[in-house]
Write a protein that binds this ligand. Sequence first.
Ligand code: ADP
Ligand code: MG
Length: 369
Amino acid sequence: MLQGIQAIIADDDEMSLEMLSSTLRWQGVQCTAATNGREVLTALESRPHTDIVLLDIQMPVMDGFEVLSQCKGNPCLSNIPVIALAANHDEKLKSLKLGADDFLAKPYDPEELELRICKLVQSRRLAQSSQKAKKNFLAIASHELRTPMAQIMGLTDMLDDEHIGNEQREIISLLKHATGGLTSVISDILNYAQLDHGALSTLDLFSLRGVIAAVLGIQTVKAEKKGIRLELNMVDEISDILIGPSFFVQKVFSILLDNAIKFTTKGEIRVTVREEYLSKHNSRFYCSVSDPGIGIPAEFHNKIFEPFVQVDSSTTRNFDGIGLGLALAKRMVEQMGGTIGVTNSEDQGSCLDFSFCCDLHESFGVNPA
Ligand SMILES: Nc1ncnc2c1ncn2[C@@H]1O[C@H](COP(=O)(O)OP(=O)(O)O)[C@@H](O)[C@H]1O
Ligand SMILES: [Mg+2]
């Protein structure tokens, strides 16, 4: 039943450790022994495929409580199941509070221990395989949906020839509007689903100016169609070459500009970018997108960052969208160590502020000494 499981067994009592290890080894478990908490953490670092940790609580150097709080507070280790081997009721309670997945009171029954190990390892493997299946499904769905949409948009553009009549031009314009709307809905749904799997947060070396210029280039075309101007306010000295998830940065600016243009009929939309140096190696960027549009009622200032929440959610509303943009933006800035919020009141239009942190590429940016 336990064949092939990789376990770390920690106990400062060498006799108990030896007994437990040999019982489990006999059943096919690959055991790594530790006699204190620090050895458990070192073993976890070098064995990323550990299936379970059996953790004595009272140990010298570092006790089981400290191991639990370090493991459960670390996103890379938190999903490795830990069974606390507790000597009394207080230890049992405290370990559960610190995130232990199960406990056994000492002295424990070896058969019960075996059953508990099996249950935890199996449920973790089940969860991992369904996560993997979901990730694969999303990757395939993403490809299968985005590819034909891109083809439809490309082909529609090809039809938009100067020799066509007014009626066809009108139809093509409607077709473009509908495919554009559908593409952005599909993209928001897929991005939102994929965020959980870290699929989009790849770090790369990018130019902040380049990303902002690319977003503004696309959005300016949309804004000009409505007679709206876009203005960028960013100092020349800003660190430009950054290391971070450039897709997130680009996406957050796009989402906020999309909204600003959608909910504004005239005037100027302003984008500001400011930098705060956190150290020689990283900075926090404070950005805002403000518009003179319809504004956001105060009671919606927090709610609009929840998925599917829109100020006007009636089916007869004038605006496209399904209410995922700001929820996506919030999750992305939070993953970059930042925050997002609304600052303006209803009658002044809207101002969306957000921040994010990025590492600086020292050989490029104009960074302080
Ligand atoms: N700049 C803005 N001006 C006015 N309302 C806004 C603005 N940005 C967002 N909102 C409100 O927040 C809601 C949620 O925005 P979002 O999550 O991007 O969804 P969607 O744009 O698909 O409706 C919008 O439907 C709108 O009611
Ligand atoms: Mg939106």
